[in-house]
Design a protein around this ligand. Structure first.
Ligand code: NOJ
Length: 744
């Protein structure tokens, strides 16, 4: 078979695989184009800067936990030696520190950064949950609200989105990303960058986005945070890079380097990542900030024997700004004097930082507007948080019509350690979100039932630990009720950074609690709140109704109540595979076939002796209170040239008796390629809302960007051969068609 290089794609990298990306990119180019005269202004400043001032622009320092700055920050700012801060926030404080910077010799403003991950004060679902909505418009909206609130507090830069693909749920930070799939991850990365930055980076209600963690942080060995990664260039380009590329195409002007070692070179000092791919291949014009003390950590990695060498390696590789550790400033001048680091490298890093500051409008509008910070949460923001949380929930199981619950219910039991735990609803990285603003599930359900209904509550057990004291009371409460809702899972600190887990069961006695409640015979619903997939085979087998709610944010309880009582028909889908056991990890839908695909009748095929190979719940799975049927999968062509396009269309019908949402998913398989391809790859999805009996034809373009892959030489190609197309309601099953790419 001939390898075919598309002339249009004869660069090492195609546009990210996103529908309509090329058109959008052109529009975007106009939006985020640098202002005229930018380079002259940057050069003019650079000419006047001392080496000390230059190094100062490359330094980011941490504020106090509550958002205050320290006296040292004021001093450095006055000397023009503080480029950026993280965690300093609050319009008044930001302005005080900014004033000091503007009193410095060259009056270069400080860039104020903060981790606004899924909301600033109005907290939305964790990003993994939001990805489960399969609704990029929702992700864009929540990011826009977060930007509006954060910018009111003087924040000009968020360290989000985290676009790391994660296929190991032991890694706690799966909570912060969009899950296992590069296509879904790219769509969500794009949407979130657009939401944070909008069309005008200088607007007062926008913040700069930062794509992190560049790169491969999500592939930590054994799911242990900060751990080593080792991936082929093929996997990097096919799986890890696409969401970063999408973030860049959406206009992200900053990237954050990852903590991890990648193929023997820690990301923070990795020229392949920072220089070759990001700058030379992709033409990135922004700057890279290190992760927290990651430059210093090059010593622990063993890549540098001391701080000076660490600084030299990180700067030399293209990490422009140093977060928290101060090695650039401590050693930069000496490295230049000794001829170990060309001054040109520092100049270039400073240029990049200044360019972004200009493009963000920081010189024109350095101060935060006073009076825009709202002491209370805005009702329209809360409304969005409630809707997006409900759209993020995934109905994993619903046997025997337990759900939706009837609002005329007389007695409802609400049970579980998370049923009334407001802090945990907010999840990891809640920014300035406050537990007291959150609505617990207990409160949400109380608000939804008729006034004459009795809502009983029992905690049942602690979230973790062996204590069984509450189980009896939970049983008593369940016995009195017409239905029981048991809210179990992980608390906010069990996922996120430095929150890897070796077991993914429900912690403590929570499974015993579920068993005990179910044992009463009362119809039981389990609501899961967690930052990652959990291994819950017993629940999946025995509990009639299971709702995955993730950590849903400030409106958690209302959103759960909306779904449980059917005011919102659940339509979310899993953005990550749920394994049966930890032993199956890594498990993801887009795996390769192997030469010996599992075959129950043949021992010598790829499987386990002690477990099925299939997941507990596959990627893309999610039920509804209504039913849908897909039909009439049609392709607009049976053959096409490698640079051709076709359209796949499929009919979706609501065959049940309630309005509802289905996420129609389109997968491809390149069955005949010079590099083995996954058994399926998502290449399109659409969340549609249909009334009972309503039908809709959904169309998906399939362009070279969707059909190509990285060949043996790491170039993007579309090869002639057979392609299968699947239209489905999850990554399993569905309708199948095929076409052939033929040589021109
Ligand atoms: C470390 C985390 O890895 C990163 O994601 C975060 O932005 C920084 N700390 C700053 O808080």
């Amino acid at each position: 078979m001939t390898l075919l290089l598309l002339s249009a794609l004869a660069v090492a990298e195609p546009p990210a695989v996103l529908p309509g990306l090329e058109a959008e990119t052109a529009a975007e180019a106009a939006v985020s184009a640098p202002p005229s005269g930018l380079d002259e202004r940057v050069e003019e400043l650079l000419r006047q800067m001392t080496l000390e001032e230059k190094l100062g622009q490359l330094q980011q320092l941490d504020g106090e936990a509550g958002g205050d700055y320290r006296p040292e920050h004021l001093e450095l700012a006055r000397q023009g030696r503080l480029g950026s801060t993280l965690n300093v926030r609050g319009a008044k404080r930001v302005n005080e520190l900014q004033k000091a910077a503007l009193e410095s010799r060259l009056r270069i403003p400080i860039l104020f950064g903060y981790d606004v991950i899924h909301g600033f004060k109005t907290i939305f679902p964790i990003p993994l949950g939001e990805a489960a909505s399969f609704d990029p418009a929702a992700a864009e909206r929540s990011a826009a609200i977060a930007a509006a609130e954060a910018s009111a507090a003087g924040v000009r830069w968020t360290f989000a989105p985290m676009v790391d693909i994660a296929r190991d749920p032991r890694w706690g930070r799966v909570a912060e990303g969009a899950g296992e799939d590069p296509y879904l991850g790219s769509v969500m990365a794009w949407a979130r960058v657009k939401g944070f930055q909008g069309e005008d980076l200088t607007a007062q209600d926008k913040v700069l986005a930062c794509a992190k963690h560049w790169a491969a942080y999500g592939a930590a060995e054994a799911g242990r945070d900060y751990n080593t990664t080792d991936l082929s260039e093929h996997t990097l380009r096919s799986v890890v890079f696409p969401p970063f590329r999408a973030a860049l195409e959406a206009g992200a002007l900053t990237f954050m380097s990852a903590f991890n070692d990648l193929n023997g070179v820690p990301a923070t000092a990795n020229p392949f990542l920072m220089t070759q791919v990001l700058r030379q291949e992709w033409g990135f014009e922004g700057f890279v900030v290190s992760d927290y003390t990651a430059v210093q950590e090059l010593v622990a990695h063993g890549l540098a024997s001391d701080g000076a060498e660490a600084a030299r390696r990180a700067l030399g590789a293209g990490t422009d700004m140093e977060m928290v550790s101060r090695l650039y400033n401590q050693h930069g001048a000496r490295l230049v004097q000794e001829g170990r680091l060309p001054l040109a490298v520092i100049d270039e890093a400073v240029r990049r930082v200044l360019r972004v500051k200009f493009r963000a409008g920081l010189f024109e509008r350095p101060y935060a507007e006073l009076g825009r910070e709202s002491p209370v949460l805005r009702s329209d923001h809360l409304k969005a948080a409630r809707l997006i949380a409900a759209r993020s929930m995934v109905l994993l199981r619903n046997e025997g019509g337990v759900l939706p619950l009837d609002k005329r219910i007389r007695t409802l039991a609400v049970i579980g350690p998370l049923a009334d735990d407001k802090r945990s609803m907010l999840g990891t990285w809640p920014a300035d979100g406050r537990a007291e603003d959150a609505v617990s599930v207990l409160e949400g359900l109380r608000g939804k039932t008729f006034p004459e209904a009795k809502v009983l509550y029992a905690k049942g057990c602690a979230l973790a630990g062996e204590g069984a004291e509450g189980l009896d009371e939970a049983v008593r409460v369940a016995q009195q009720a017409d239905a029981a809702v048991v809210v179990v899972g992980e608390d906010a600190d069990m996922s996120g950074e430095a929150a890897s887990r070796a077991a993914l069961d429900l912690p403590g006695r929570q499974l015993d609690l579920v068993r005990a409640v179910l044992g009463t015979g009362t119809p039981t619903v389990v609501v899961l709140m967690n930052g990652r997939p959990l291994t819950i085979p017993w629940i999946a087998e025995n509990v009639p109704a299971v709702l995955e709610a993730w950590h849903p944010g400030v409106q958690a309880g209302h959103a759960v109540a909306d779904v449980l009582f059917g005011d919102v028909n659940p339509g979310g889908k899993l953005p990550i595979t749920f394994p049966r056991s930890v032993g199956q990890i890594p498990i993801y839908y887009a795996h390769k076939s192997t030469g010996r695909p599992p075959d129950a009748k043949n021992k010598y095929t790829s499987k386990y002796l002690d477990s099925p190979v299939t997941p507990l719940y596959p990627f893309g799975h999610g039920l509804s209170y209504t039913s849908f049927e897909l039909s009439d999968l049609a392709l607009s062509a049976k053959t096409l040239p490698p640079d051709g396009k076709l359209t796949a269309s499929v009919q979706v019908e609501n065959t049940g008796n309630r309005p509802g949402d289905e996420v129609v998913q389109l997968y491809i398989q390149d069955a005949d390629a010079s590099v083995t391809r996954p058994v399926r790859e998502l290449r399109g999805f659409e969340r549609v809302t249909l009334k009972p009996g309503e039908k809709r034809k959904v169309e998906f373009p399939l362009t070279p960007e969707h059909l190509g892959f990285y060949g043996r030489d790491s170039r993007f190609i579309v090869e002639p051969g057979l392609f299968r197309v699947f239209a489905a309601a999850s990554s399993v099953g569905g309708l199948e068609a095929s076409f052939e790419v033929v040589p021109k």
